[in-house]
Design a protein around this ligand. Structure first.
Ligand code: NIG
Ligand code: FE
Length: 418
């Protein structure tokens, strides 16, 4: 049955249409529709235009009208292209230690860090993990995020990684938002693995990779390339195998030292994420490639370190996405809008560049073509804010939250009803 509905009027619709995937964006390139309406058919945007025109045709079209009272501005549903929201326990202790002067890598070497979360995640049941993901994703939904990537990587054995990826799959069924899962079994070599790094990676790629395909658990393979995790040479055959099997590759790259972004470019990764340590060499490399460069300001805020050189990446012609990296260690805040706004202020990014980074450029980092812009044939995923001026959204640096969120044309969050 045809379900046709008109939503509006919106004082402004920031469509994010007709903007290139790569390079700088001036605010005047943002296509804003004033007094707009959005016609939705079975969850997909069918028409966008002047609200009064659409409303006058709605009856003849047999459409229902969802009329908004007051002033509203509309963005595409936000997309968070990098999170680790499947985990057990807390790392408040690490945070305190870091602020008392220890570094992330020192804490990891002393038994804290990722391994601590691995221990706590292994203790959690599948049910516990599902509950945690659902709770966190629902918080993000209220903040406007309708699509989130979620990584495994705190299991670090075939069985425990499967537990995490199954929990992500199950949580996805319970949520309005869409979860895109990524296998991060190459987060670090597990401390309880008795073989070499090569043997660990080999075991994962020969045993786990085929299961990911067979059971529809993930289409994406990630690795952390860093001191204490994996070197570019140790990861090469792992990524070759992933590529041969048709997985998308994504990389935790250049977080504390360089090397990862070069691997990302060589393997044709869909994205290289972090990049806080990237120098002009890596920036040029990324700018000349089709790899999406994903800045993770939440990790800079959580670790108290410099931001990804986002301005330089854009000026070098790069495609910049911005994601929260929400995880219990380096990025416990998990507020995408706040972090994107703060990155924009520090890195001198235009409103358009920040909004592109959390909408269609983030969609590209996940290989999704059906969302991220308010355009005909895109999913009707919308974040709606109580303002006549879309610039108010970033101006409040995340303190101004959506009043309504739509997923596939359905109102899934209403601030006044929750
Ligand atoms: O993206 N850098 C590696 N991985 C995560 C942190 C994971 C953790 O500290 O638990 C990140 O920052
Ligand atoms: Fe991460």
């Amino acid at each position: 049955m045809k379900d046709l509905k008109l939503i509006g009027p919106f004082s402004q619709i920031a469509t994010l249409s007709d903007i290139s995937l790569k390079g700088p964006i001036a605010d005047k390139e943002l296509k804003i529709i004033e007094q707009g309406g959005i016609m939705v058919e079975n969850g997909i945007i069918k028409e966008i235009g002047n609200y009064d025109d659409l409303a006058s045709r709605a009856v003849a079209m047999n459409a229902t009208i969802e009329e908004l009272q007051g002033k509203h501005s509309c963005l595409p549903g936000l997309i968070d292209a990098h999170t680790h929201i499947c985990f057990g326990g807390s790392r408040a202790k690490d945070y305190a230690l870091r602020n008392a002067g220890k570094s992330y890598l020192e804490i990891a070497k002393a038994g804290g860090g990722i391994w601590d979360t691995v221990t706590q995640t292994r203790k959690a049941s599948g049910e516990d993990l599902i509950k945690g993901i659902v709770k966190r994703a629902n918080r993000h939904l209220k903040n406007g995020t309708t699509t989130l990537e979620v990584k495994s990587g705190y299991g670090l054995s075939v069985e425990e990684e499967l537990k995490m990826l199954n929990a992500i799959k199950e949580a996805n069924k319970q949520l309005h938002s869409d979860l895109i899962s990524t296998c991060l079994a190459a987060h670090m070599v597990p401390r309880d693995h008795h073989g070499t790094t090569e043997e660990y990676l080999n075991e994962i790629s020969t045993t786990l990779f085929p299961l990911l395909k067979e059971e529809g658990l993930s289409n994406r393979i990630d690795a952390f390339i860093e001191e204490g995790a994996f070197t570019p040479s140790s990861i090469a055959s792992y990524f070759s195998r992933a590529r041969e099997m048709g997985f998308d590759i994504t990389v935790h790259a250049d977080q504390f030292s360089t090397g990862g972004s070069k691997v990302a470019v060589e393997f044709g990764a869909i994205s290289a994420d972090h990049l806080e340590a990237s120098t002009d060499t890596e920036i040029q490399l990324l700018g000349n490639s089709n790899v999406i460069a994903t800045a993770l300001p939440g990790a800079s805020l959580g670790l108290g370190c410099n931001f990804t050189p986002a301005r330089k990446i854009l000026d070098a012609g790069g495609a910049l996405a911005i994601a929260s990296d929400h995880n219990p260690g380096s990025a416990p805040m998990g507020d995408l809008l706040t972090q994107a706004a703060v990155l924009g202020a520090y890195e001198k990014l235009t409103n358009a560049e920040v909004l592109a980074g959390i909408t269609f450029r983030a969609a590209a980092a996940l290989g999704l073509k059906d969302r991220g812009r308010i355009e005909v044939d895109q999913m009707a995923d919308l974040s709606v804010f109580h303002t006549a001026d879309y610039r108010e959204i970033l101006y409040h640096q995340g303190n101004f939250k959506p009043c309504l969120v739509y997923k596939n044309g359905h109102r899934v969050y209403d601030k006044h009803k929750s």
